[in-house]
Design a binder for this molecule. Structure first.
Ligand SMILES: Cc1ncc(C[n+]2csc(CCOP(=O)(O)OP(=O)(O)O)c2C)c(N)n1
Length: 620
């Protein structure tokens, strides 16, 4: 909880979420600047720090911001580091792809103030479009990657990352993942430093800070040197350790996998040697060599890719891991999966059967599956309904979309999402499609996503004479990741006011001639504007603006001013509302009803009903 994250009771044991532990570690390290673009499972790090910031003001001052995208967030933290301040950038794993251009060059420049990039990976893709293992970024960027095995350790390691970064002038990737970021555990609080965020004088150092080719050639040599030095440090680092055990086969485990290994060995009632690694990259080869000197082979336990295993094989170590099918190549681990793998190598009888280990479905027995749906009254549903009506009239159309709550528009009956690749790709892909498709194209993108990565592709469309409609689904928040503000909201990270950047002005500035704003709760007008947009000869942008239903309803619900809709006796069970609109507030149990506990009173269903049977009934 926030009160524990900002507690100054050194030595106290508190129960924190993994992401709160990262926030606390950064505070204990005396963070100066933290920037992030939200993304599950990383979002709560900055959510926590932005709540903590005003509460610690005057005691522990730091600057925190939600940036427009991950590259910008990384660059904000780079700016802090180059001025000698401690900077942190937080993002989900795919966010690092966006930030990677800056990351790979910053590695050459190197950190001045401690620099930590938190990459929260998402094995099993609970909320992500892919399962990439961001330890590879350590190799490609030549920077260290550090992982923790528990929430308590995560706090400690976060703090240490800043020190290590400064010691070696290297940026550090702190790799977390869903099961660590979203787990809770005991954290022993360290000291919260008292500090001001004082501005400093700029000290010029173009020979290290400007990566022009002549400098970069020299900086690369220095980067390789630093990497060798840090490897040596990792050989002796107290967060990498060996646990003695019996037998000629040991285990090497990194991060959370170490905790799975400990439990799995307990279940198997065996005691074999373990090398616990917190540094995934560079691999501390001397430590590994010492560990394997009395062993015949090692079992490698790691999520997601055989990252360590590949390196160990290159060292000539005999391994049992993912590469020879002792552990699955896909999806996250659990204690059962790790136990099965170890048992298979050692030819032991596991305490668990394959079915139970893989399915891990204890919870599923008590919790029925709840596939995600757009909320009752979600403005996206209304927009998609209007798009679907227009597409039905056209006969066919291509509907590239993007990432956000609105991706759920893929589902029946709306079926308004045909393509989703990554943030911002709706607009880029629409560009390509427009030069090769006969059909009309209606692309959709959220407001946060548009500001994140949609703008360059829109400029490209105008410049290259593309023809499509772009509907910007502006619910005035970053809905999917927990309602973080963005420039279009005019609110900043700590709740302070910022200058609101108007999306319509950006769109016009990109050169778009057709720009219209609609309220999706007005279905007839939305359809009318969409039809004109489709007929426009060029790029047409329709901004469908209505605040997220959760935010819109919150205050009205509290005040009791929501007037729900009712299905009257005029309903002839034509099912038009259920079959074409499908708001979750609509229920069918022999007759059509509206669940007043979830209805936000948007009134769209009454416009969908051709019989006038759904009406707002004012309480007398
Ligand atoms: C590169 C990248 N960063 C972050 C995310 C996580 N993420 C998915 S959608 C989204 C933004 C959604 O906001 P918006 O576009 O406003 O749509 P809404 O959910 O509000 O409908 C974010 C941050 C991601 N998938 N990829």
């Amino acid at each position: 909880m926030l009160k524990d994250v900002i507690s100054d009771k050194e030595g106290e044991k508190v129960f924190l979420l993994g992401n709160e532990a990262i926030a606390r570690g950064a505070l204990e390290a005396g963070i100066d600047v933290c920037a992030a673009y939200p993304g599950t499972p990383s979002s709560e790090i900055l959510d926590t720090l932005s709540s903590a910031c005003p509460l610690l003001k005057g005691k522990l001052d730091f600057y925190v911001e939600y940036s427009t995208n991950e590259k910008v967030a990384l660059e904000v933290a780079i700016g802090a580091s180059l001025a000698g301040k401690r900077g942190m950038a937080c993002m989900k794993h795919v966010g690092v792809n966006v930030a990677s251009d800056a990351l790979l060059s910053f590695a050459y420049v190197g950190a001045r103030g401690g620099f930590v990039l938190v990459s929260a990976d998402d094995p099993t893709m609970h909320s992500s479009q892919n399962e990439q293992d961001n330890r590879w970024y350590g190799k490609i960027a030549k920077i260290p990657v550090i992982e923790a095995s528990s929430v308590g350790e995560l706090k400690e390691i976060t703090k240490q990352c800043f020190e290590i970064s400064e010691k070696f002038s290297l940026p550090i990737i702190l790799r977390s993942y869903t099961r660590l970021s979203h787990a809770s555990g005991i954290v022993t609080l360290g000291r919260l430093p008292e500090k001001k965020l004082e501005k400093v004088d700029w000290k010029r150092s173009p020979e290290t800070d400007v990566v022009l080719p002549a400098h970069a050639r020299r900086l690369k040599l220095s980067l390789n040197r630093k990497l060798a030095e840090i490897e040596d440090f990792f050989n002796k680092w107290e967060m990498n350790w060996v646990e003695d055990g019996k037998g000629k086969i040991g285990v090497i485990a990194c991060g959370l996998s170490y905790s799975y290994v400990k439990e799995a060995l307990e279940n198997l009632k065996i005691d074999i040697p373990i090398l616990k690694l917190s540094s995934a990259h560079p691999l501390p080869e001397k430590l590994v060599e010492k560990f394997i000197s009395n062993l015949d082979a090692v079992i490698v336990v790691e999520e997601v890719d055989p990252f360590l295993e590949l390196h160990l094989r290159a060292m000539g170590v005999k391994t049992f891991g993912k590469m020879n099918n002792y552990f699955p190549m896909n999806y996250e681990f659990n204690v059962g999966i790790v136990e099965l793998g170890i048992a298979k190598v050692l030819d032991l009888k596991p305490s668990i059967d394959v079915e139970t280990a893989i399915k891990n479905d204890e919870l599923k027995k008590i919790a029925p599956p709840r596939p995600p749906v757009l909320c009752a009254g979600c403005p996206h549903t209304a927009t998609f309904y209007a798009i679907r009506r227009v597409v039905n009239e056209l006969g066919n159309a291509c509907l590239p979309s993007d990432i956000g709550c609105y991706t759920l528009g893929i589902n029946k009956p709306l079926e308004a999402v045909d393509i989703t690749i990554c943030m911002g790709a709706s607009v880029g892909v629409a560009n390509g499609l427009s030069h090769v498709l006969k059909d009309k194209i209606i692309a959709t993108i959220g407001d946060s996503t548009f500001l994140h990565a949609g703008i360059p592709a829109l400029i490209n469309a105008v410049y290259n004479n593309a023809k499509f409609v772009l509907v910007i689904l502006d619910n005035v928040t970053t809905g999917m990741t927990g309602h973080q503000p963005h420039p279009g909201t005019g609110v900043r990270a700590c709740g302070e006011k910022g200058k609101r950047v108007l999306i319509e002005e950006i769109v016009k500035g990109c050169g778009v001639d057709f720009v219209e704003i609609v309220n999706p709760y007005n279905v007839r007008r939305t359809i009318e504007v969409l039809k004109r947009a489709v007929a426009h000869d060029g790029v047409a942008v329709v901004i469908s603006r209505q605040p997220c239903a959760i935010i819109w309803a919150r205050e009205r619900r509290r005040k009791g001013t929501i007037v729900p809709l009712r299905v009257t006796e005029d309903c002839d069970l034509c099912m038009e509302c259920v079959n074409t609109f499908a708001c979750p507030a609509l229920i069918y149990d022999g007759r059509v009803r509206i669940d007043e506990t979830v209805c936000v009173g948007c009134g769209v269903c009454s416009q969908v009903c051709g019989k006038g049977a759904i009406r707002r009934i004012l309480k007398s």
